[in-house]
Ligand binder design. Structure first.
Ligand SMILES: [Zn+2]
Ligand SMILES: [Zn+2]
Length: 265
């Protein structure tokens, strides 16, 4: 199967490779297309995001490489837009909407996906030690993200469960409520293998119980590895196709010069 990946990070945010290295790796892997989606600028956390004024140069770099390699691969300019980032004025081919941080009940912000021990400490200190409260806060931000940004693709929908199996019926219920609400704004969800690539999880986002719900409600799906290293550009993609098929999904979405299109699996 010919793959593509539209969730990739370069040295413009927290990726390890240049955009050209990502494009060349995609060509080596015989991809039909690649999209670059570095992290949008965030005012309160600069550790993994693009610099405030980098957008123009970032898009120019992607467009230069798009033209340079036009006869070998389609290259698209995207952005992973955080819930708490502003949508930039720069014209982009697509937006992935994601939640990486949530406000705490007592002010400030906390990252939801950076570190297992930090996450548990935050739950203990600010959410009464209750994962359900924490997950409810996360999913309400996912709903807001979809309403505010109206992204083309919903990023790592249940990343709040990065460090645990999604086994609790209460917070799993919040996940399904959020899935229903998000689908009113965006029905394209990524099958994100990023945590598998890092050796943290054995299944992609969304978790199986969410996939079941989304597939039953006719959501659409697009493969992504949330790539931070070029070598992991297609990590677990063949398995991800089987993962989708196991929920009765028979087509996936890719981006072409004619826009988002479906192909059979
Ligand atoms: Zn992300
Ligand atoms: Zn990402």
């Amino acid at each position: 199967m010919i793959f593509s990946n539209f969730h990739t990070h370069s040295v413009y945010s927290d990726g390890k490779n240049t955009i050209e290295e990502l494009v060349l790796t995609a060509i080596e892997k015989n991809f039909s297309a690649i999209g670059i989606s570095d992290h949008s600028y965030m005012s309160f956390d600069h550790s993994y995001c693009m610099k405030k004024d980098a957008m123009t140069e970032y898009v120019h770099t992607i467009h230069t490489l798009r033209d340079k390699y036009a006869d070998q691969i389609a290259v698209f300019a995207g952005l992973e837009l955080d819930r708490y980032s502003s949508r930039p004025d720069t014209e982009l081919d697509y937006i992935i909407g994601s939640v990486h941080a949530i406000p705490t009940p007592y002010g400030g912000w906390t990252s939801v996906d950076s570190d297992a021990a930090l996450q548990q400490a935050v739950i203990n200190k600010w959410f009464d030690g209750d994962m359900n409260q924490y997950a409810r806060a996360y999913y309400s931000n996912v709903i807001d993200m979809a309403k505010i940004h109206r992204p083309d693709i919903v990023g790592h929908f249940d990343v709040v469960c990065k460090f645990r199996e999604a086994e609790n019926p209460i917070y799993n219920g919040y996940a399904l409520e959020a899935a229903a609400a998000v689908m009113e704004s965006c029905d394209l969800f990524e099958i994100n293998t990023g945590a598998i690539a890092r050796g943290i999880k054995s299944v992609p986002y969304p978790s199986p119980f969410i996939m079941k719900y989304l597939a039953e409600h006719k959501a659409k799906f697009i493969l992504s590895s949330d790539c931070h290293r070029a070598a992991l550009l297609d990590c677990w993609f063949a398995d991800a196709v089987e993962y989708c098929r196991s929920f009765g999904v028979r087509s996936l979405v890719t981006l072409t010069k004619d826009g988002f299109t479906e192909y059979g699996i």
